[in-house]
Design a protein around this ligand. Structure first.
Ligand code: PAF
Length: 295
C-alpha cells in the first residue's frame, strides 16, 4: 500500500503491525474491525457506521490480499484509492485505519499453513475460484489476531464469505462476534461493489440482470413455487434482461447456511460475468412451497 502524504485530520493511520499493536494497547472498551480491500463505497460506509454504532473503537483494515486472487484474476488492476478511502473513513467517524503492505501481512512470503474452509468453500464461488476461500479465511484470521477485535463486521453482499467467516469463528472458537450488514444497492437495484467501477455504462445496464434474477426468483418462491421453479423463473429473468450480454456462472437456492433449501428462510445466490467483470449478488428468500434442491 503506498502511503498518502497526510492522513485526514482526526483519523489515525498505521502501516505496520508494530504500530497497530501500540495503538491497540492504548484502547479500552470494545473494538470493532471492518476488513476491506479498499476502493471503499457506500456499502463499506454502511459497515463503518454499523461498527461505530456498536463499538467504542473502530479499526478499518485496507489490504488487497494477494492470496485470494487466482493467477488470471484482477489483482493487478484491482482499484487502489487510498486517499478517497481515508476520507470515507474519516467521514464515517472511524478512529483508525490499518493499511499494511504485503510484507507486513506475509513477512515470510506466502504462508505454508492456510485455513481450510472445508466443503462449503468448494461450492458456488469456491467452485469457480479454487483456493479463494483459503485465501480469504487465512487473511481474516490473521487480521482478527492482529487487531484483537471483539466484533467484526461483514457485508451480506459476499454471503458465502460471511457464512464461512461465521463458521470459522464457531468451529475454531474465535473470541469475536461476527456481525452481518445488509447489502447496499443503487436506486435501480445494482448491489454496490468495488468492481462496479470496471463496468461501462452499457455493461452496468446488463449487470442489472443479476438483481432482476434475484427479484423474480424470490417473488416466485414467495408465491409457493418449488425451488426448481423459482430458479427457472430467476434464470428466465436473467436471460431476458441480459439478452446474451452476460454469462451466468450460477444461480442457486440454499438454506441460510448454504445447505440444501427447505421450506422457510432460504438464500438465492447469483454470479455472472459481464465483459471481463465477475459480479455476485444474493437475496433472502422465503420458500413457501416444499423442496430440497442443493446448490
Ligand atoms: O470482502 C473483502 O473485501 C475481502 O474478502 C476481505 C474480507 C477484506 C479479506 O481480504
Amino acid at each position: 500500500m503506498s502511503r498518502p502524504p497526510l492522513a485526514p485530520a482526526g483519523l489515525q493511520v498505521v502501516w505496520t503491525r508494530a504500530e497497530l499493536a501500540e495503538l491497540r494497547a492504548g484502547w479500552s472498551g470494545t473494538v470493532a474491525v471492518v476488513m476491506t480491500m479498499g476502493a471503499l463505497h457506500d456499502g463499506h460506509a454502511a459497515l463503518l457506521r454499523a461498527a461505530a454504532a456498536l463499538a467504542d473503537h473502530v479499526i478499518v483494515t485496507i489490504f488487497v490480499n494477494p492470496l485470494q486472487f487466482g493467477p488470471t484474476e484482477d489483482f493487478d488492476r484491482y482499484p487502489r484509492t487510498i486517499d478517497d478511502d481515508l476520507e470515507i473513513c474519516r467521514r464515517a467517524g472511524v478512529g483508525a485505519v490499518f493499511a499494511p503492505g504485503r510484507g507486513e501481512i506475509y513477512p515470510d512470503g506466502e504462508p505454508l499453513v492456510r485455513v481450510n474452509p472445508g466443503p462449503l468453500g468448494e461450492v458456488l464461488e469456491g467452485a469457480s475460484r479454487p483456493g479463494f476461500f483459503h485465501g480469504v479465511l487465512t487473511v481474516v484470521l490473521k487480521l482478527l489476531n492482529l487487531t484483537r477485535a471483539d466484533l467484526a463486521f461483514f457485508g451480506e453482499k459476499d454471503y458465502q464469505q460471511l457464512t464461512l467467516v461465521r463458521r470459522m469463528a464457531r468451529d475454531l472458537d474465535l473470541p469475536v462476534r461476527i456481525v452481518a450488514v445488509p447489502t447496499v444497492r443503487e436506486p435501480d437495484g445494482l448491489a454496490r461493489s468495488s468492481r462496479n467501477r470496471y463496468l461501462t455504462p452499457q455493461q452496468r445496464q446488463v449487470a442489472l440482470g443479476l438483481a432482476a434474477a434475484l427479484r423474480t426468483g424470490a417473488e416466485a418462491a414467495a408465491t409457493g413455487a418449488a425451488p426448481e421453479t423459482a430458479l427457472a423463473a430467476g434464470r428466465a429473468a436473467f436471460d431476458r434482461h441480459t439478452a446474451g450480454a452476460a454469462e451466468l456462472d450460477y444461480l442457486a437456492l440454499t438454506d441460510p447456511d448454504l445447505g440444501p433449501p427447505a421450506t422457510g428462510a432460504a438464500r438465492l445466490l447469483i454470479a455472472a460475468r459481464v465483459g471481463d467483470t465477475r459480479l455476485i449478488d444474493n437475496a433472502p428468500v422465503e420458500l413457501t412451497g416444499a423442496g430440497t434442491e442443493g446448490p
